[in-house]
Design a binder for this molecule. Structure first.
Ligand code: HAM
Length: 423
């Protein structure tokens, strides 16, 4: 027997019964990006590996362990995008977007690839809705980005979400905080895990992100970075919180929130959802004022976020929202033999030209079998063309919901049929 292929680990098929959720998400994305003034930017699925090494950061989990990197046939190192932001910045610089009206407001949607350990809500290929605004340092833009995220979930009728907020400072004040953090951790070397001992030297901010039980009490009592910010970062953070409070956008200050990508400065935030297990972050983002310069452009402040769409679909299915979509009416033509089928082809073409969904039985099956198919496809009407109907140029129209049957003139039936027939 030949081998039965299975999905690669960490990937999934998006079957038709899930499509209504994806369609709804796509609609909301289009609505909110339009009303907030963001334009769509399509990006390649792969980029030079060095872009992500430099942009996301050499010592991040993404670059160290999770990238799908390979040499192409020309010997170039290529990486399937593990996020959008670095690609957006590459495109911003390459197309001279600094001369566009500021802030440049862009959004993307598409597949992202990370070689992670798969579990519920965590995949190796997943989708992000990504939003970036470049060229403005005003904290009101941080607010707008968070507000856009809030609106996104609100329009998808999500409840039980909470916004986690922190500021991780800037190159001015962060080094000072890291010294304070390191000296605090020196006192707890015997308590913390092996990984954290390594982090202490390599990437001390990530100490606050450790999930090991033994490190939790140490993290809880660690000095909070937002109490060690420079004046500019403090003012920025306070203004953002003022905007959030004045619009009743509730949030939780979380000094442990440091994010897993190296480019962040000042504001970082995540949106957490209840009821979908441990992978509960449905959105993450923040400010990255140094990234454009790091990737070869002029110093340019920027802020953005990305929302993971699979996790959103999981919640929508949990809330049964996909059931609410109105099923489109379908007309199914059941034909007795080839001549009837020829007539059905003409009718079906005429209806499809009016954008009315219809299909016909095939394969020379009995009328009974065709009816069964019409039922399984949840057709609202079955149209039967038998010998007598063909001769008289009529059709039998059966309402599949109440079983009512009518004999109608074929051409007239097609002509008069609109989306709400039966009248
Ligand atoms: P991120 O936090 O790495 O940020 O990813 C954003 C969101 O993608 C997460 O909150 C989660 O919903 C989803 N996600 C991440 N990994 C997985 C996975 N393995 N399976 C399923 N969903 C996942 C970024 O990617 C930044 N580029 C966001 C950003 C944009 N910051 C500024 N601008």
């Amino acid at each position: 027997m030949s081998k039965k292929f299975q999905l690669p680990k960490g990937t999934r098929d998006i079957l038709p019964d899930e499509q209504s959720c994806w369609k709804q998400i796509a609609q909301v994305i289009r609505e909110i990006t339009r009303i907030y003034g963001y334009e769509c930017l399509g990006l390649p699925v792969f980029e030079d590996t060095a872009l992500f090494q430099r942009g996301v950061g050499e010592s991040t989990d993404i670059v160290e362990k999770e990238m799908y990197t390979f040499l192409d046939k020309g010997g170039h190192s290529i990486t399937l995008r593990p996020e959008f932001t670095a690609g957006v910045v590459r495109s911003y610089i390459q197309h001279g977007m600094a001369s566009w009206p500021t802030p440049v407001k862009l959004w993307n949607e598409g597949s992202i690839f990370r070689y992670e350990r798969p579990q519920a809500g965590r995949f190796r290929q997943f989708h992000q809705f990504n939003v970036e605004a470049l060229g403005e340092k005003d904290p009101v833009l941080d607010f707008e980005i968070m507000d856009l995220a809030w609106q996104f979930y609100h329009r998808l009728q999500f409840e039980k979400l909470n916004f986690q907020l922190n500021s991780i400072g800037c190159p001015e004040c962060r080094p000072h905080y890291l010294k304070v953090l390191a000296s605090y951790y020196q006192k707890h070397l015997n308590t913390i895990c092996e990984d954290c001992r390594k982090r202490l030297n390599r990437n001390p901010l990530r100490l606050l992100d450790c999930k090991q039980d033994r490190c939790q009490p140490v993290i809880e009592k660690a000095p909070a970075i937002y109490n060690h910010l420079c004046k500019d970062c403090t003012d920025h953070f306070n203004s953002l919180q003022d905007y959030l409070r004045s619009t009743d956008r509730s949030y939780i200050l979380n000094h442990r929130l440091v994010r897993g990508l190296d480019y962040y400065t000042r504001t970082v935030f995540e949106v957490w959802a209840e009821g979908i297990g441990s992978q509960n972050a449905v959105c993450g983002g923040g400010r990255y004022d140094g990234l454009v310069e790091l990737l070869g452009g002029q110093p340019t402040p920027a802020v953005g976020f990305a929302a993971g769409l699979e996790r959103i679909v999981m919640i929508m299915q949990h809330q049964n929202q996909n059931r609410s979509e109105h099923a489109e009416s379908l007309i199914y033509f059941a034909c007795q033999h080839t001549d009837a089928q020829k007539q059905a082809i003409i009718y079906v073409n005429q209806l499809r030209a009016k954008n009315i969904p219809c299909m016909m039985g095939m394969g020379g099956r009995s009328l009974k079998a065709q009816f069964r198919e019409a039922n399984r496809r949840k057709a609202q009407y079955a149209v039967i063309i038998g010998d007598e109907e063909l001769e008289n140029q009529t059709v039998i129209v059966k309402n599949m919901e109440n079983g009512e049957q009518k004999i109608l003139n074929g051409d007239r039936f097609i002509q008069d049929f609109d989306a709400e027939p039966g009248s």
